[in-house]
Design a protein around this ligand. Structure first.
Ligand SMILES: NC(=O)c1ccc[n+]([C@@H]2O[C@H](COP(=O)([O-])OP(=O)(O)OC[C@H]3O[C@@H](n4cnc5c(N)ncnc54)[C@H](O)[C@@H]3O)[C@@H](O)[C@H]2O)c1
Length: 515
């Protein structure tokens, strides 16, 4: 027996998106589906699709559920056609976005009417039919937006969806004694006809949403429909009043950036970097032998200005060796130390921040680094670099990415006569409340600075940038802080949140700054 065999299921908004996929899924499980939509053509197409797949579906359209009489007429017609109602899936909604300050009263009312009122009208009309059946299942559609923000102002939409979730809870209380279960599905970003083209454009704001999902992709209507079928079926007979997110973990990922995971819909082109190995060195430090690699230009005569290049949290790996070689080829002697040499040689294959299991390990490894360790280690690394015949006798530079931004500043602060330039790309924790916060120690250095920041970066916000700017000014140091439009934390790194234009700009600005 199919999971919804013989049940009469009313689904709103069946012209496309999640409503269409739900209609197909409910019918596949044996339900008699009754759809409706403002869009007559789309609704009819869905009904045809269901029927040609062997299912049973009727549909009424155009129906405007925000008009009470039309909502009631649709429900009553469905109940009359099939002799009752077992399931109501309130999927339809139509909201408006916009900031409160410029929102017209009509916009507010439109959103509340088409997102919340329609559920009230339809559910109140269906209620006596459900009671008459001895119970049934109502599934509402909320949104994760009810409880979290996006960079798009959505006050009316968020409030209406929060209303849907509240309504769900109270209807579950009212419905329980009558055998009516009421639950809510709160989708995250689910591709539909409107979003799909925007998601394919890496420059569109919508694309940022992909990055907040640990699963590295947006949802599809097919991710939502199975939950609706489950909530409609007797398998969920002990579940009522629940609000269940279908969001690929986006709600948990608030403020985080998981990059363009390989499962993402958009993968901007990654750069072709030359394979490079460099000369492997073992540099004695107070704590043992630190592995490091020296890269020099493949052509021309040295010596060249020396650069100490610090990796991001993922450490020395083929990608960073290629980056070191590319920098060297612009006329520098580049030393790439294994920052975490105390923990052994670089991992092969490297750990990745994109793998949730690896991420915790990397954080633990990074925790072994401190101002004290980096001050001691950088003495040895700078000494080794300056002592090489390939390295010119001029002040050295230090370059850091992400977590090594602070390490680069600490290095310059500890060696003011040796380090003349510091460049940091999407650095994190440069401004903290701790006594050794890099912004507090920057005045101990004599370097000039270039900080390249991502436009969206929880580790380097506008407030952090302002504090850093003040610290540079108070120290009387040359320095500039540049924000790269449209980029995220990790934009310069091909296996992180790579941004082709941001990364290309990073190379230009880095070479210009160091030259
Ligand atoms: N797509 C997402 O990213 C997302 C995220 C969170 C929540 N949701 C919710 O999921 C549900 C389905 O979303 P979707 O992306 O499939 O949307 P969609 O716009 O593709 O489909 C909604 C359908 O509802 C119909 N509709 C709207 N107002 C109506 C009215 N007054 N009367 C009759 N029909 C009406 C529309 O014509 C449309 O066909 C909605 O409730 C939406 O708010 C979607």
């Amino acid at each position: 027996m199919k999971r919804l065999e013989g049940k009469v299921a009313l689904i709103t908004g069946t012209a496309g998106g999640q409503g269409r996929v739900a209609a197909l899924a409910f019918a596949r499980e044996g339900a008699k589906v009754v759809g409706c939509d403002l869009n007559a053509e789309g609704a009819e197409t869905t009904a045809r699709m269901v029927r040609s797949a062997g299912g049973e579906m009727t549909s009424m359209a155009p129906v405007d559920l925000s008009v009470e009489e039309q909502a009631v007429a649709w429900v009553d017609a469905a109940a009359a056609t099939y002799g009752g109602v077992d399931i109501l899936y309130n999927n339809a909604s139509l909201g408006r976005v916009g900031a409160l300050s410029s929102m017209r009263t009509a916009t507010w009312h439109f959103t509340v009417r088409n997102e919340l009122d329609i559920i009230f009208y339809v559910t109140r009309a269906a209620w006596p039919h459900l009671v008459a059946r001895g119970g049934g299942s109502v599934i509402n559609t909320g949104s994760i937006i009810a409880a979290r923000g996006t960079d798009m102002p959505m006050a009316a939409h968020g409030a209406a969806k929060a209303g849907v979730i509240g309504l769900t809870a109270h209807l579950a209380l009212e419905g329980g004694p009558r055998g009516i279960r009421v639950n809510c599905i709160s989708p995250g970003l689910i591709a539909n006809d409107m979003f799909e083209p925007l998601l394919r454009d890496p420059n569109d704001n919508m694309h940022k949403q992909v990055r907040t999902s640990p699963l590295g992709r947006v949802g599809r209507p097919e991710d939502v429909a199975p939950l609706a079928v489950f909530l409609a079926s007797d398998e969920s007979s002990y579940i009522t009043g629940a609000n269940i997110p279908v969001d690929g973990g986006q709600t948990l990922g608030i403020g985080m950036d998981f990059g363009n995971g390989d499962g993402g819909m958009v993968l901007p082109g990654k750069p072709e970097l030359p394979e490079a190995e460099g000369e492997r060195l073992e540099i004695p430090t107070a704590d043992g032998l630190s592995e490091a690699w020296l890269f020099t230009p493949g052509h021309g005569e040295g010596p060249w200005p020396g650069v100490l290049l610090y990796t991001d949290i993922m450490g020395v790996r083929p990608l960073f060796k290629s980056m070191a070689q590319r920098l060297a080829d612009s006329g520098f002697a580049v030393l790439l130390p294994n920052l975490m040499y105390r923990l052994g040689p670089p991992r092969d294959p490297p750990l990745s921040v994109k793998k949730s299991g690896d991420f915790g390990v990397l954080l633990g490894m990074a925790d072994t680094l401190s101002r004290a360790t980096i001050e001691a280690d950088s003495s040895a690394w700078l000494e080794a670099l300056a002592g090489r015949p390939e390295c010119a006798p001029v002040p050295l530079a230090c370059v850091g990415y992400c977590m090594s931004g602070p390490l680069a500043v600490w290095t310059a602060a500890a060696h003011p006569t040796r380090v003349g330039k510091v460049a940091v790309f999407h650095g994190g924790h440069l401004v903290t409340g701790k006594p050794d916060s890099p912004h507090r120690l920057i005045g101990n250095s004599r370097a000039s600075y270039y900080f390249a920041c991502a436009e969206t970066d929880a580790f380097m916000t506008e407030d952090h940038r302002a504090v850093l700017e003040t610290a540079l000014a108070q120290a009387g140091l040359d320095g500039s802080i540049e924000v790269y439009a449209g980029t995220y934390h990790g934009f310069a790194i091909a296996d992180a949140s790579f941004h082709p234009e941001g990364a290309a700009r990073h190379w230009d600005r880095l070479v210009e700054f160091l030259s």
